[in-house]
Ligand binder design. Sequence first.
Ligand code: DAH
Length: 382
Amino acid sequence: MTDLIDQKQAALAAIDASTSIDALEEQRVAALGKKGWVSLALKTLGQMSPEERKEAAPAIQAVRGEVAGAIDAKKAELEAAALEAQLASETIDLTLPAPDQPKGSIHPVSQVMDELAEIFADLGFSVATGPEIEDDWHNFTALNMDESHPARAMHDTFYFPDKAADGAASSSEAVGQQKRMLLRTHTSPVQIRSMKDEGAPVRLIAPGRVYRSDSDATHTPMFHQVEGLVVDEDIHLGHLKWTLETFFKAFFEREDIVLRLRPSYFPFTEPSVEVDVGYSNEGAGKEGGRRVVGGHGDAPGHDWMELGGSGMVNRRVLEFAGIDADKYQGFAFGLGIDRIAMLKYGMNDLRAFFDGDPRWLNHYGFSPYDQPTLSAGVGVRP
Ligand code: DAH
C-alpha cells in the first residue's frame, strides 16, 4: 500500500509538471492505461482474500480517482492556456482598411444597357427580351420581309443547318422555310414576340445581342442593339421624335442635343426615318478623347452621326402580330448600343469591345458601384 501512495505522489507531481497535452497523455497511459500501475494494482484484487480486498479496493479506487481528477484538471488548464495563446496570436485589427483585392469591372456595353433601362423606365417603358436563336418567321416574315424581300440580303444572316431539308419533316416548302433557325440579325423580332404575347398597348425596350456575318473595324459578327416599341391609340411621329430627343438628352446629359430624322426605308416601318445626332468633330481629342455630342450637325465644326433607324410601325407588322391595326398605331426604333457607347465614352475601335483585353477593360470598365440612376447621374464617371 505504501508503494501505491508513493507511486501516487510521484504521478501527481509529474502530472502537475506536464507542460503539454502530449506529456499529460503519457502520464495518463502510465497510470490508467491498460498496463498502467493503477490498472495493475486493481488486477491484484482478484488474488486477495475477501477481508484484504475489502480494505484494499476502496484505497486503490481512491488513488485512481485522485489521479484521474488531477489529469482532468491539468488538461483543462493546458487547453485554456493553448486557446489564450491562439487568440493572442490571431488578433485582427478591424480598424484597418480592407486589403486591395483584384476585382472585375462592368463592361461599357453592360453599363450602357443599364443606363438605357434606367432612362426608359423613367418614361414608363419595360424591358423585354427574346431568343438569340430565332426563327425565320419572327426575324423576317412577320417584319414584312417575305422570302423574296431584297432587304433580307442586307442582313448577312447566320443560318443554322436546315433541318427541314433532311427530308420527311418538311411537309411543305413554306412551313420548312418559316421554321428555319438563325441567329437573330436585329432585336426587331422582340417586337413581334411581345405584341403576340401581350397585345396592345405596348411600351418597351429590348436590348440585346444580334449577329451578322460581317467583320471589319466598325463591324463585328456579334454586336448590340436596343429596340424600342410603343403601340397605343393615336400614336404619331411626334411621339417618336420627342421620345428619342428626351432619351438622348438624358443619355448624353446635355440639353443641346439636336436630332435629324432623315427619310429612309425599312420594310417594318412606314414612314421610316434614320436618326442622326449632331456632334462636334473638332471636339475629338478634347474632353478625354470623347467626341462631343450636341449642337447642330450643319454648324461649322459639326457633323451628323447615324445612330439607328425608326419609324411608324407598318400596319402589316401589327397584323402579323395580331394587333387591330385600325385601332392601334405604333412607333419603333432600333439603335446600335455599341455605337452610342463609343460616342459617349470615347472608344474608337469596336473590335476592342470584344477582345477581352484586361488593360482595355481596366481603362474603360466601370466599378460595380457605378450604378446608373437618374438622381446620381446615368453616366458620370467618378
Ligand atoms: N432592325 C433594324 C436594323 O437592324 C433597325 C430598325 C430600324 C429598327 C427601324 C426599328 C425600326 O425598330 O423602326 O437594321
